[in-house]
Design a protein around this ligand. Structure first.
Ligand SMILES: [Zn+2]
Length: 349
């Protein structure tokens, strides 16, 4: 599964990216929109989700011509026609109406631009999920992104937008992917790759790509990511992070296995240091830029690992059993396997 590293408007550090995810929202009010970092490929989200969170959900404050203008100016590798996500409070009738508007934008974009489009799929129940995927298929799209998906009626815990690791969330991913598979379509989920564990769960479910800004945000909050695990504290104990660090030492935050991973980390930051967990941990404690580089590198290795197992699901499963299957989120991994291997699509209807 492809990992797109997310960028933010915070340009205090400039990373070099192979694959980067950015959003129209970061350029929407700029007179002369320009990308100020290096990249190979750019996936540009349309900003609808950020706009939804910040404004009255009943009307989008984004102007569609202006969104398209920014997209045309920045010329991303992939971009998303302006869509209208749902919030849990919306009645079905409003969701339907918003999907109709989303559809009309998808058609508008298809006519107006030659950019590669990855339209957002929204659904308010199982039927609309299947119908809406079919509609996208009929418009010749083979790469789509998941927007707000409700797979079971009144099942708001599975609401996309919350994006907390939960069984309901995994359900909506698996169901969407299974339906997309029927039409040979590939699926992108925004913001799913914030931890190695969720990333691998997504890859195992057959998702084509995800992105996350989590590696950078975690670094800013004094956290480092460890391979096939989650985050560990590696900060300087500033009070604003709310952690009492009196007498803090590496042993309080990393167990033996964690330390072993850090000793063997080959990221551009750690490999300049001796193979000693404490030295490497100290090296990153006072520098969030170093943590950012470490975290980004770890996520990119996860992508390589998932790729290695691309054609051998059984081996991948074995590998994940011995890694994420021993993590704090192992119940989600076990649930994912059960859902994929034992529930067939037709049982969901
Ligand atoms: Zn490292």
């Amino acid at each position: 599964m492809k990992f797109w590293a997310g960028e933010t408007p915070n340009e205090s550090i400039k990373l070099k990216h192979d694959y980067v995810m950015d959003s129209v929202i970061n350029y929407y009010n700029k007179e002369d929109p320009k990308i100020n970092y290096k990249y190979k490929k750019l996936f540009l989200d349309n900003g609808a989700f950020s706009a939804l969170k910040n404004t009255n959900p009943n009307k989008s404050l984004l102007n569609k011509e202006k969104v398209l203008d920014v997209q045309e100016t920045l010329k991303p590798t992939f971009t998303v026609p302006l869509d209208y996500p749902f919030t849990p409070e919306m009645p079905n009738s409003i969701m339907r109406k918003r999907w109709l508007e989303t559809k009309s934008n998808i058609e508008y974009w298809s006519d107006a631009t030659k950019l590669d489009l990855v339209p957002a799929l929204h659904a308010w129940d199982s039927n609309s999920l299947e119908n809406n995927v079919k509609w996208l298929y009929s418009k010749d799209f083979d790469y789509i992104s998941l927007g707000s998906i409700l797979t079971a009626k009144d099942e708001f815990s599975g609401f996309f937008g919350d994006r907390q690791p939960s069984k309901a969330f995994i359900d909506s991913i698996i169901t969407s992917q299974q339906i997309a598979n029927k039409f040979d379509m590939q699926v992108h989920i925004f913001g799913f790759g914030s931890s190695p564990i969720m990333y691998h769960i997504g890859a195992y479910c057959g998702l084509k790509s995800t992105d996350s800004i989590g590696y950078k945000r975690k670094a800013a909050y004094g956290k480092i990511i460890l391979p096939q695990k989650g985050e560990r504290y590696c900060g300087n104990g500033e009070a604003k992070f709310g952690i009492n660090t009196k007498g803090d030492s590496i042993e309080n935050f990393l167990n033996k296995d964690d330390m072993n991973q850090l000793e063997n980390c080959e990221c551009p930051i750690c490999r300049t240091q001796p193979k000693n967990a404490k030295i490497r941990w100290d090296n990153m404690r006072y520098d969030w830029v170093k943590r950012t580089h470490h975290n980004k590198w770890v996520m990119e290795q996860e992508e390589k690992i998932a790729k290695q197992f691309k054609d051998d699901k059984l081996e991948y499963e074995k590998f994940l059993n011995t890694t994420i299957g021993k993590s704090g989120l192992k119940h989600l991994w076990e649930y994912t396997k059960r859902r994929i291997n034992h529930y067939k699509l037709d049982l969901l209807y």
